[in-house]
Ligand binder design. Structure first.
Ligand SMILES: *[C@@H]1O[C@H](CO)[C@@H](O)[C@H](O)[C@H]1NC(C)=O
Ligand SMILES: *[C@@H]1O[C@H](CO)[C@@H](O)[C@H](O)[C@H]1NC(C)=O
Ligand SMILES: *[C@@H]1O[C@H](CO)[C@@H](O)[C@H](O)[C@H]1NC(C)=O
Ligand SMILES: *[C@@H]1O[C@H](CO)[C@@H](O)[C@H](O)[C@H]1NC(C)=O
Ligand SMILES: *[C@@H]1O[C@H](CO)[C@@H](O)[C@H](O)[C@H]1NC(C)=O
Length: 480
């Protein structure tokens, strides 16, 4: 017997509700609210699971081979920087092995690992996979020191990672730069996903996997749907403590949700309002101002939320599976109206109006980092335009006001300073000197959102030492 927690789980579970109720000062209603905040991200997992599972069996790897286009409406606010490879993992009964190919020095590739609730609990990047040939992922509860190194020692050039939940996602981002699609496809093909059964010690039971849940089942409201999913999970998928140090199961018991989310003593509408308000507030509180109206999510908590379940819930709504900082940073700009992390700023341009983003200089990045400014229509999809320009960033032909290139082989490192990006309706062409710096908005004007993304951001982008773009609205700049 090497996992003592396993043998005692059943007795603990049968005993805890009474003890918890006696020792806790939580009301039934408070317990329901806490459980709901914890549960909401399960709906984000459900959505991705239902979208992917018909084509992507658990623990297999699937690849997106092309960047998104306006006609593709499967994902809201898709990035047009990277291709993805994806594994929906389940490590309840086995370890997952991700095989990493030889990735050229110049190719940005990032392997990110996310639990059921979206927490980005590990990233494996260039500095790691230089010597790593594979990543071995196990459940945290299988990491028991009593067993000693023999059972779980890492093979040479193997990186060990531990998942807090039985299921989750591995995402691989491959940076698209010019015409490297073929080479990315070859790297995707050479990336593998396999499993190794986890041998059981005598007396050990396997973890109940979240993938045994019926993710298609529905409920009268989203709140009940989330809680009914949570009620089906046990220790292996409900890490962490809630208020007063209670476990999820103890909290559910106080709320009177024994094996489903039905308790007539709970006002579900009120619980839902309280949960939503606490998520919104957590999102606002976690934004820290940098400058010129821009803010970034607190780097210490962005992407891996610990016990800030309210922020975790908020991000599950707006940016499930976001990366930790500085792997990715998504600054929000606001003209004074409240902004939500990762939503981008909702803007509106008339048929003869534009926004200009005036950058102080090239954004400072680390290593193979990159950045982009991407425009979406009011539904969050890419905006149709004849030139098929959906984003502008470090891989674009943008120019300084002098006409010199900001990036590319002809750009000089010393030549740095202000440059501007023009967001203007797709049917209002600017003069030639603006053409390369033009990010098309909706034809005829309308609502849009513009999302700025930094990948492998340098510290100045987080602490505000970099002067962020000034954002101004004015009449359209028309060609004569
Ligand atoms: C409930 O108990 C915790 C400590 O166990 C305490 O911090 C908290 O203030 C108490 N709340 C109320 C409403 O009494
Ligand atoms: C796993 O166990 C090792 C020691 O055996 C420990 O150093 C490490 O922190 C543990 N990791 C997790 C995620 O529990
Ligand atoms: C990658 O695999 C796909 C599907 O198996 C195949 O069609 C494609 O030709 C491969 N591409 C490369 C560059 O190896
Ligand atoms: C899952 O739930 C859906 C909706 O309630 C139902 O139609 C389906 O038969 C269930 N699937 C399984 C495997 O139980
Ligand atoms: C939920 O559980 C309660 C008590 O455990 C039971 O009376 C009720 O029928 C259940 N409802 C559903 C929809 O399963």
């Amino acid at each position: 017997m090497y996992l003592p927690w396993l043998s005692t789980i059943a007795s603990i579970l049968s005993m805890l509700p009474d003890r918890a109720a006696a020792e806790s000062n939580l009301t039934v209603q408070e317990a329901a609210e806490l459980a709901l905040v914890y549960a909401y991200p399960l709906l984000a997992y459900k959505k991705t699971y239902l979208a992917l599972s018909p084509r992507l069996p658990i623990n297999n790897i699937g690849h997106a081979r092309q960047l998104k286009m306006p006609a593709d409406q499967s994902v809201v606010k898709p990035n047009v920087d990277t291709l993805y490879s994806t594994v929906m993992f389940d490590v309840s009964r086995q370890d997952l092995i991700v095989g990493i190919p030889n990735i050229p020095e110049s190719q940005y590739a990032l392997f990110s690992f996310h639990d059921l609730y979206g927490n980005n609990f590990a990233v494996v990047g260039k500095e790691d996979y230089g010597s790593t040939k594979r990543v071995r992922l196990s459940h945290t509860l299988a990491n028991n020191t009593a067993v000693g190194a023999s059972r779980y020692s890492a093979a040479p050039s193997e990186t060990r990672l531990w998942s807090p939940t039985t299921v989750g996602h591995v995402l691989v981002r491959w940076l698209v730069d010019g015409d490297n699609l073929d080479s990315i496809h070859a790297l995707q093909n050479a990336t593998s996903s396999t499993t190794i059964p986890r041998p059981l010690e005598s007396g050990e039971r396997t973890l109940t996997s979240a993938s045994t849940i019926n993710w298609s089942a529905s409920a009268p409201t989203k709140a009940e749907e989330a809680l009914q999913l949570l009620c089906q999970l046990d220790e292996g998928d409900t890490p962490g403590k809630l208020a007063n140090g209670l476990t999820v199961q103890e909290t559910l018991a106080i709320a009177g949700f024994s094996d489903n989310a039905t308790n007539s003593g709970v006002d579900m509408d009120a619980a839902n309002r309280a949960a939503t308000a606490s998520a919104t507030k957590a999102g606002e509180d976690a934004l820290q101002n940098v400058n010129h109206g821009w803010s970034v999510l607190r780097p210490d908590i962005a992407g891996n939320f610990g016990e800030d379940y309210s922020l975790r819930m908020q991000i599950a709504f707006t940016g499930y599976l976001m990366l930790t900082s500085p792997s990715a940073v998504y600054p929000s700009w606001s003209d004074g109206t409240p902004s939500r992390p990762l939503e981008g700023q909702a803007l509106h341009i008339g048929p003869d109006e534009s926004y200009i983003y005036t950058f102080s200089r090239r954004p400072p990045l680390q290593g193979l980092g990159f950045w982009s400014l991407t425009a979406y229509n009011s539904e969050g999809f890419l905006i149709e335009n004849p030139r098929k320009i959906y984003k502008i960033g470090d891989r674009s032909d943008i120019a300084f006001p002098s006409g010199k290139p900001v990036y590319g082989p002809d750009a000089s490192a010393e030549d740095d300073g202000p440059f501007q990006i023009l967001v203007q309706p797709a049917d209002v062409a600017p003069p030639t000197n603006w053409m390369q710096n033009w990010l098309p908005g909706p034809s005829g004007g309308g609502s849009l959102s513009v999302l700025l993304r930094w990948y492998d951001a340098a510290q100045q982008l987080l602490d505000g030492k970099y002067e962020y773009p000034r954002v101004t609205k004015q009449g359209a700049i028309r060609a004569e």
